[in-house]
Design a protein around this ligand. Structure first.
Ligand code: ZN
Length: 405
């Protein structure tokens, strides 16, 4: 899987079409885009170290996986037949019973997942990492070690994730606090009502840590309908009270997609006013999120793979562009501008989910670029062609399907 070739440092990425526009040369220094100049086809082609030919391909910013679980996959291992019950609780129990025998969490399996992300053009992630009474903070250490081994090919923010519940497991809240104190950018939560059966208690605990440590909050909320909407409302109240606008995310949030339209409109407007964001994994079978209404209300929407090939589900490939196709289809996007919106959700518009001010093909942004052979962005979103070249932090990290880190 790993090429013996060292990743090449880019100084000029020649003749690419950012977002399908005119041909330009991207100039790179210290891992950032420092100039964007029109490509002059008549000028003699420069050569030498760091000059990379983009061959006129379509360029997108590096893809941003805003909801991953890189600590718990068995990617690269022999097939594991799914053996859990089809409920959240059943999946939690199945995972806890079998993760040790699969070496989860482990640096090698985490590296396998991260490399698969890189192969498909993902250069930045927000990953949830299990924190529980059995593992403590070991999973976070494993993920940090794997990220370091890639030498910056994947920029990451970490959510300390209480997969086994918070208040129902005394001691977990202290672990989340310790994770935040040790540098995790966010504390996670899990179905405060249906898992802990104490939505006010779990959310109060998470918000207290966020206020104390200055970290964000990212809550898995599978509960649908009124129960889920009620918990979103609790998060809105607490976000406004604590002044945490822009730092609170609802992951999945099926309720936002499945409550009646009048309630949905009120909920979406209130989320926008509170600066709450949402991440989706574009699940098949759930009511799709009202992506246009959310964005119009100022609710940023991020896209993520969720866990891939893990003890929760055998599905997922780590290809965020293919998942963008799925998001667009489930959202019934047909117009070109909608397909471009889908691509922006999966890249430039997701900067905030990975702690970046800017993540685009512009001066000052990190030099994270994906090249694909596509006519335009809608064509790229619909076909999800192979990633011809992936540049992360100014280095070529994948080429024609070969991962170079
Ligand atoms: Zn998740």
């Amino acid at each position: 899987m790993t090429s013996p070739n060292a990743p090449e440092t880019v100084t000029v990425l020649r003749e690419v079409r950012p977002w399908g526009g005119e041909r330009v040369d991207l100039h790179v220094a210290d891992g950032r885009i420092v100039a964007v100049t029109p490509h002059d086809a008549a000028a003699p082609a420069p050569s030498g170290p760091g000059v990379v030919d983009g061959r006129g391909l379509l360029a997108l910013p590096g893809l941003v996986n805003a909801h991953a679980h890189v600590d718990k996959s068995w990617w690269g291992r022999p097939w594991v037949s799914y053996g859990g019950e089809a409920t959240t609780q059943g999946r939690i129990a199945h995972e806890r019973a079998h993760r040790d025998e699969l070496g989860i969490p482990g640096v090698d399996v985490t590296l396998a997942v991260l490399r698969e992300f890189v192969r498909h053009g993902t250069t930045a992630i927000r990953t949830h990492v299990d924190v529980d009474l059995g593992l403590g903070l070991r999973g976070i250490e494993v993920v940090r070690e794997a990220l370091a081994a890639l030498g910056g090919a994947v920029h990451a923010e970490i959510v300390a994730f209480p997969q086994d519940g918070v208040l129902r497991r005394p001691g977990v809240l202290d672990l989340l606090d310790a994770a935040a104190a040790a540098g995790a950018e966010h504390v996670g939560g899990l179905d405060p009502a249906s898992i802990d059966r104490d939505p006010v208690g779990q959310l109060d605990g998470l918000f207290a840590i966020a206020e104390r440590r200055g970290v964000g909050i990212d809550v898995h909320l599978h509960d649908g309908g009124d129960l889920g909407a009620f918990q979103v409302e609790l998060m809105i109240d607490r976000t406004l009270r604590a002044g945490l606008q822009g730092k609170v995310n609802v992951a999945h949030g099926f309720a936002v997609g499945d409550v009646p339209s009048s309630r949905q409109a009120d909920l979406v407007a209130a989320m926008g006013e509170a600066g709450i964001t949402m991440t989706t994994v574009a699940p098949i079978g759930a009511a799709p999120l009202p992506v246009h209404a959310l964005r119009a209300a100022g609710v940023a929407v991020g896209l993520g793979t969720d866990g891939i090939r893990d003890l929760w589900s055998p599905y997922g490939t780590g290809d965020l562009l293919a998942l963008t196709t799925q998001l667009a289809r489930l959202s019934r996007f047909r117009h070109d501008e909608e397909l471009v919106t889908a691509a922006r959700i999966a890249s430039s518009d997701a900067a905030r989910f990975v702690g970046r001010d800017v993540h685009d093909l512009v001066v000052g942004a990190p030099a994270d670029v994906v090249l694909v052979d596509a006519e335009n962005v809608p064509d790229a979103v619909v076909r999800a062609p192979r990633r011809a070249l992936v540049v992360a932090g100014g280095r070529v990290v994948a080429r024609d399907g070969d991962v170079l880190v």
